[in-house]
Design a protein around this ligand. Sequence first.
Ligand code: CA
Length: 226
Amino acid sequence: MAGERILIVEDDERIGSSLLRALEGNGYDSHWEQTGAGGVASVANRRPDLVLLDLGLPDLDGLEVCRQIHQTDSSVDVVMLTARDEELDVVVGLDAGAIDYVTKPFKLAELLARIRAQLRRVETAPDARSSVGDLVIDHAARRVELAGVEVDFRPKEFDLLSRLMAEAGIVVTRESLMSDVWDEYWFGSTKTLDFHIAAVRRKLDRPGEPSRITTIRGVGYRLELM
Ligand code: CA
């Protein structure tokens, strides 16, 4: 995976420089721009595989930068870096074409895991078996194993877990889950989704430990990388 190109668009000197160091230390071909206009120009010139985009930039609104990036290169993936209380912006950001977001302050290890997951998703086709930590699913046999023990999943629960697993570490929107797991023309309540998420959590989560599935309020759900 070494050598993939990552563009950082971030005006904060401290965050930008530490991200650049960390990404280069992990073998990524990285470049840092401090303005939105610089970021858009860099997408045109350098054709990055992934962009880490700060929402609060001095010259252009981050969402506008995201739109311009996609006008320049519609295939580049954008991960937004946001402050914790900008949840509304997050929804709009996903609408603007961002594939994921990370809230500040973030742990570097978590961000690197999300980047790896994202780049892996771009590269690999669905496999017969996939795993996240001790959770393994066999797509062909439709079986789920947790720490080596088979767990009984109902069909929709399996489809839901499988969908979240395909993008482990990344937020999957409620809309995607509803249309992929249920039906494009589903007119029922999306409470169905929450109900099934609760059922999957009961089967996966251990008492006293954080859930393996995180709720991103108003946006969707994320299966956590272990
Ligand atoms: Ca900023």
